[in-house]
Design a protein around this ligand. Sequence first.
Ligand SMILES: CC(=O)SCCNC(=O)CCNC(=O)[C@H](O)C(C)(C)COP(=O)(O)OP(=O)(O)OC[C@H]1O[C@@H](n2cnc3c(N)ncnc32)[C@H](O)[C@@H]1OP(=O)(O)O
Ligand SMILES: O=C([O-])CC(=O)C(=O)O
Length: 383
Amino acid sequence: MTGLIPSPPHHPGQIFRGLAGVVVDTTTISMVNQETNSLTYRGYPVQELCESCSFEEVAWLLWHGELPTANQLAEFKLVERNRRTLGRNVTSALSRLPEDCHPMDVLRTAISYLGADDPTEGLDDRDHNLAKSIDMFAKLPTIVAFEQRRRRGLEPILPDANLGYAENFLQMCFGEIPPAEQVRAFEVSMILYAEHSFNASTFTARVVTSTLSDIYSAVTAAIGALKGPLHGGANEAVMHLLAEIGDVANVEPWLKQAFVDKRKIMGFGHRVYKNGDSRVPTMTAELRKLTSDGKSADLLATYDALAAAMLRVKDIHPNLDYPTGPVYHLMGFDIPIFTPLFVMSRITGWTAHIMEQLESNSLIRPLSSYVGVEQRKVPTLAG
Ligand SMILES: CC(=O)SCCNC(=O)CCNC(=O)[C@H](O)C(C)(C)COP(=O)(O)OP(=O)(O)OC[C@H]1O[C@@H](n2cnc3c(N)ncnc32)[C@H](O)[C@@H]1OP(=O)(O)O
Ligand SMILES: O=C([O-])CC(=O)C(=O)O
């Protein structure tokens, strides 16, 4: 087995709704193995990357195919730190967006604006696209922190080029660097969210790229796809759901009623993993560390009880959005900022895929089976 899971046998015209089970192309970026419930980035198990690497190293790996040398990493960090600041035009455009709009709308607008403002727009060779990818990677934390503070009526905090990616971002959000275990949990979440083969938002980015459109258009569209609650928006939905349950004693009756109401339980289920998301144990371990002082014992008990009940009653496992929701909540982020945090991470995977798509492009254009009314004559307007 080379990593390619064959498409299910099919006959011409057979329909695979939602492209379920269909292999549409090859990739060398990551492998989601549904048989072993495992995930590798460029061949490295994601759990090992979490143990040994910074998010900056993982970003480099996804873009270049190899981990950076010490010199390459130092050079990359320098470039990244110098590109964090937003131009006045961008901040002024973002400031004019309604304060109660969803932060994902702010991000979508911000990336679109960066594209319109880029003098190299139209230059889409690998070097230019890599530079644009690093630029978005460096600026997205500034944009998300800006929005987290704008929602709270606070002035933005400028990026600090003396700090690494995670510390700088958290300081821009909260005015101080949180305790080490929170910084670590955040960095682990960034590494785990970075890449996941042909998920809906990455596929969206590849579809846009396949028309030879530009990288900003592809990322803008991907942000739109990630916003939905069946995809990245689930990390926000998880926290709403845990708040709705409120207390561990309510888990069983709440779930019973949810099934009666035919509700989808957010943060559970996955299109590819049917026996558990490979990333959940690593992220749940970080959640346990954050709650080890006992102050959020209720939240952890509800979290565990809901996961156990879902498994017992429906045989459905949690996905990565289940632990990241409470982790981000415990770190002090507002719930609507959770999916933008996912964007800050997935920008690496999206842009790696955009560059891969361009390396051997083929327009993505599937077929549909027409089931509408039969051909008919246009009537004359009735008097
Ligand atoms: C990082 C990520 O983007 S991970 C995904 C985040 N999304 C969520 O957490 C949203 C909740 N989950 C879901 O909606 C689904 O599990 C999806 C969309 C992720 C995957 O969907 P699919 O692969 O299409 O699975 P599908 O929807 O066919 O589910 C199969 C069965 O399990 C049920 N099921 C799947 N997930 C859930 C869930 N979260 N809650 C309740 N039932 C569920 C379905 O209702 C269906 O039951 P049925 O056969 O009786 O109709
Ligand atoms: O792979 C998917 O369908 C969704 C997912 O888990 C991700 O994008 O991280």
